[in-house]
Design a protein around this ligand. Sequence first.
Ligand code: G3H
Length: 525
Amino acid sequence: MNIPEQYQIKKTITQNTYLVDGELKTWTGETSQVYSTISSTEPYKPTLLGTIPTLGEKEALDALNSAVTAYDKGQGLWPTMKVVDRIACMEKFVTQMKTKRDEVVKLLMWEIGKNLPDSEKEFDRTVDYVYDTIEDYKQMDRDSAKFEKHAGVNAHIRRGPLGVVLCLGPYNYPLNETFALLIPALIMGNSIIFKPAKFGVLLLSPLLEAFQNSFPKGAVNIIYGRGRTVASPIMKDGRVDVLALIGNSKSANALQNVHPKSNRLRMVLGLEAKNPAIVLKDADLDLAINECIAGTTSFNGQRCTALKVLYVHEAIVDEFNKRFSEKVDALKFGNPWEDGAKLTPLPEPDKPAYIQGLIDDATAKGAKIINKKGGETTDNYIFPAVLYPVTKDMRVYEEEQFGPVIPVISFSDIEEPLDDMAASNYGQQVSLFGKDIKTLAPLIDVLVNLVCRVNLNSSCQRGPDVYPFTGRKDSAVATLSVHDALRSFSIRTFVASKDNDYNNAILKELLHTRASNFVSTDYII
Ligand code: G3H
């Protein structure tokens, strides 16, 4: 195996601590091995990367108690801290985080198979997200550094934390998506319990100390283990105020359903999607094909925003299929650090078999694999199969494949994709390819009511992270973006007083003495 020196796994990582109560506690109990589906040797063999603690219910509830104590019924150091001081903690954290770039990027490649440029992008984008969040929070604080007066009542309105947040991220963006929940939740003054996803776990090890030394005891708790063993008891207890999860709606529903107080529990969820591309007959075909390639195959289709079904007008479908298939076949498969590797090993060992099942089902029902390499299988990969014509009775039409298989459907009447989208359980984004504004205008006006982002002549994506990221139906609950996430993880809360001399004198004294961290008109520069 020709693995560049700097990316070789020379030593496994023994992650034998977890973060609770501000302490990196040593774990001597059961552990789980973390394997990469990438081989370091010939013949093929998965590579052992290290071990992580398999914590149990007791440790999970210790983490919950730690978060509850840190919040301390709203009296804790973290939720009552001045905004400027919370920001200082976050800056301390991100400064240390930046020093761990190489270690985290290497683990991203091994643990989830993301190629080098995308792994670097995930890290850098996350660092930018932290800085942008800090800036947005400063602006929010500046905007609330004032009093309002209506109908004889003075009000000082801010946003306050909600309490204890359970954060669960996905394996496809184990750093970025997780931090896009955790960072805004934390900076708003909530205390956090965070459990990494099933893959992309060890890459958090280099950051544990930074979490420990940047925030007050109990504000961030990081635990390891199986969802059912650790997340369910935490939810069942009833003291979690927010479930923040990017992943599958089934897990979200299961966790939500065991929480005994449904009105206490807020939810911030990013779930599945089946984003379609609609290619109209006047579309610029080169542009549409390039964007559909990126949309369907980036990170092997393992993105919630990936294009998961292509609707192509019947007048151009043959030409589209021919050129699209050739481009798919030209994509280079390789290990993540290989130059130009666009397709990379799948981190889930059972994924190739699952994708093969979708292909078999579709071909048994009349679809064909129209690209030469479609379905070619190796130890840790199955080459993207372009399937055509796909019909509604096929599993690949219904299921979110989250992997390398591309269903194509032709349409003659635009109502066909619109009806399908309206009937779908999902409603995140769409890509619309075309030029004539007489066709586009009414279509855009409908599509914005079926999904939450219409990408004109471009593939679907979450970024830039300042834009709202949300979805309808089973695709999301609440909105994330740098700006919106701060709001999703907080609530408006205020101090009101009748406008009279007695109250106003008190307010003046509060401001003058700076005795309160909440009642303050200090302006963060
Ligand atoms: O898995 C879903 C991600 O939010 C997608 O983000 O569009 O930046 O790849 P992305």
